[in-house]
Ligand binder design. Sequence first.
Ligand code: C2E
Ligand code: CA
Ligand code: CA
Ligand code: CA
Length: 277
Amino acid sequence: SKELGRNKFRFYNSQMSEQNRQEMLLEERLHHALTNRTLEVYYQPKVDLASGTLTGLEALLRWHDEVLGTVSPARVIPLAERLGLIEAVGAQVLDKVCAQLAAWSHLDRVPVAVNLSVLQLHSDRFLAELDRCLAQHGIPPQLIELEITESCLMPERADAMLALLEAIRARGIQLSIDDFGTGYSSLAYLRKLPLNTLKLDRSFVQHLPHSAEDVEISLAVLGLARGLGLQVIAEGVETPEQANFLAQHQCGQGQGYLYSPALPAHKAAEWLTGQAW
Ligand code: C2E
Ligand code: CA
Ligand code: CA
Ligand code: CA
């Protein structure tokens, strides 16, 4: 009936505005967090699979908001991208990482990897901001690694991206491809890029060594990396069985809950001083 139709319309309408309200609250809280610099960075250890020793740390965004509670980066990052706030979020993460590395200057430091959104790499200001941040905190570029995803490597921008990645590498900053194997970058293009490391995506590691397909994919990635002179780090290593399989097949490094989740800086520091083991 007509009446029913109208009610249905109202229902959708109020659902829409509820969604808008949620989005507006998130936006407001994210602005608040950026202004008050309350976004946090946690650090997940990367280890040498053969020896179990620390090789690096990955910086991961954490947001505990007093109104919204904990909001996961899988939610924050796409939101920041939609709202045009990703440069500000990325700049705050990088600044906190550099400040932390400076505070750790009396320790035996390892490189810290920072995740980048493709939108950050498309900004003209990115490289200048990166230089400024490193200089401000007195951080040697060798202590920074950037993790980019295959979505950064879209063919339309291939030449500009190649030039940018070369400029980054020329500074001594390390470059890795995150979630490797889940995107669609062509191997011909990949070969031209000045990369250091492929990060084998967790989805391929998860069912090792029981899934025959995942075994084949992992071995193919390891073979490809060896051929291109790249390192491999396996993500999401959760069991000794996975770690053993990967180590046996010359995967250099691993990262995952088997070793450690992402930790607040003071806990991550225990890994730098060797107290964690
Ligand atoms: P990612 O870069 O692939 O990071 C790995 C994610 O897997 C992290 O989730 C980490 O906590 C989680 N993880 C690590 N080891 C294990 C494991 O053994 N098992 C399982 N199940 N999970 C594991 P997190 O911190 O929630 O981050 C999710 C994603 O958000 C990241 O995926 C990254 O794409 C993005 N992200 C996080 N921080 C930043 C940032 O500062 N900037 C940008 N652009 N993206 C970020
Ligand atoms: Ca990453
Ligand atoms: Ca990843
Ligand atoms: Ca991922």
